[in-house]
Design a protein around this ligand. Structure first.
Ligand code: DGT
Ligand code: MG
Length: 371
């Protein structure tokens, strides 16, 4: 009649969207190790183990306490045998030998170096590595290699854009974009999203959503903003992608696929005088400006909430929102829409809270989404 083994009370959900994860990470020593393992598997095109380590890292990031012995991890979800071994090694020796080995591996180091260039993904990095190229100068001197425009800018501005963007710099860029957007459409909507919306102090880029209250009026907004930035002489690089959004399409299963809204990937010139407290490094101070990566996405206003939720991240939070919707609710969620497969209907939303409510999830604030 009674079960002899008590059911463990697991308070930590396997889904990041049911956990609150601030920027304070009490288990950095473990999550850094898992992230190296995840990246190493990603560079070897092994998606399964890569995601498993990312999930393990994400669970530990959500804990308000530090893991101090292996026993406490037994009730935690998403920690497989391999992850447990890594935790055990770190608890015993202060570091993981497996992780040390990866970090000192030449192939790993070179692939990390190559993929740190804007426009260079794992496939290109692998191709260069196979050709025997081992440094930036090898790549730039290799006769048969044709860099695309994005990669050329990536090398040109490498120093600047591989350096983190501060909150003050993100704020300054917000002012610049705000001025540009408002000159075109005074009632435009501009929202800072990505890592800075989650309360991070630094980011690799600055992400914004721009749209208009009047549906359809957003269609030419982004190209006008780009023209204006060009006229101001601060546009160092621009890749514009026109909208391919089709509202009759069901939400996509794949997280990795980008959304279909009009967007642009930019490199902007930020002047020292525009940043409160000035630019960060001595070299930039001397020069008087730095280059910064900026992404703008422009959805129609009736998709604003889905875009905001989708671009606020973190990536792990987004993956788990979609997985939760599919596995627990028979719903499909992406940056465009939410679809209920049982009712066979789209569920509208004007705020992020509406989307959490449709999914039957407690609302998680942006600063609690650092999964
Ligand atoms: P950062 O910039 O490194 O400080 O960190 P985040 O969180 O701002 O990351 P970022 O800028 O790469 O992307 C911002 C959000 O946009 C991210 O959390 C999810 C969304 N996003 C970015 N890239 C993709 C993508 O390839 N597919 C999908 N579905 N979403 C993406
Ligand atoms: Mg970002």
């Amino acid at each position: 009649l009674f079960s002899t083994t008590p059911t463990p009370v697991s308070t930590v959900s396997q889904y990041a969207c049911q956990r609150r994860t601030t920027t304070k990470n009490n288990n950095k020593i473990f999550t850094d190790a898992f992230e190296v393992l995840a990246e190493s598997h990603e560079l070897n095109d092994m998606e399964g183990p890569c995601l498993a380590f990312r999930r393990a890292a994400s669970v530990l990031k959500s804990l308000p306490w530090t893991v101090q012995n292996l026993r406490v991890t037994e009730d935690l979800p998403c920690l497989g045998e391999h992850s447990m071994c890594v935790i055990e090694e770190i608890l015993q020796h202060g570091h993981s030998f497996e992780v040390e080995k990866i970090l000192s591996d030449e192939r790993y180091q070179i692939l990390k170096l190559f993929t740190s260039v804007f426009g260079v993904g794992p496939k290109t990095a692998e191709k260069w590595y196979r050709r025997g190229l081992r440094s930036f100068s090898d790549v730039l001197a290799e006769p048969g290699i044709r860099l695309n425009r994005m990669q050329q800018s990536g090398f040109l501005h490498y120093g600047d854009i591989s350096r983190a963007v501060s909150k003050a710099e993100a704020q300054a860029l917000g002012n610049i974009i705000d001025e540009a957007v408002r000159a075109i459409t005074p009632d435009a909507i501009l929202t800072l999203t990505g890592g800075f919306r989650r309360g991070k102090d630094f980011g690799h880029d600055v992400d914004f959503i721009v749209t208009t209250p009047q549906l359809g009026k957003e269609e030419r907004l982004l190209t006008s903003v780009i023209d204006r930035l060009k006229q101001q002489g601060i546009l160092l690089y621009c890749e514009y992608q026109a909208s391919t959004f089709d509202e009759s399409k069901l939400p996509s299963h794949r997280f990795e696929a980008m959304d279909h809204f009009a967007k642009c990937f930019l490199i902007l010139r930020l002047e020292d005088s525009q940043v409160e407290g000035g630019l960060q490094t001595a070299e930039e101070d001397r020069r008087g400006w730095r280059a910064v990566r900026v992404d703008l996405v422009s959805p129609p206003v009736d998709r604003y909430a889905f875009t905001l939720l989708g671009w606020s991240g973190s990536r792990q939070f987004e993956r788990d929102l979609r997985r939760f919707a599919r596995m627990e609710r028979r719903m499909l969620l992406d940056n465009h829409a939410l679809y209920d497969k049982t009712k066979k209907e789209f569920l509208a939303a004007t705020t992020e809270k509406d989307i959490f409510a449709h999914l039957g999830l407690e609302y998680i604030e942006p600063w609690q989404r650092n999964a």
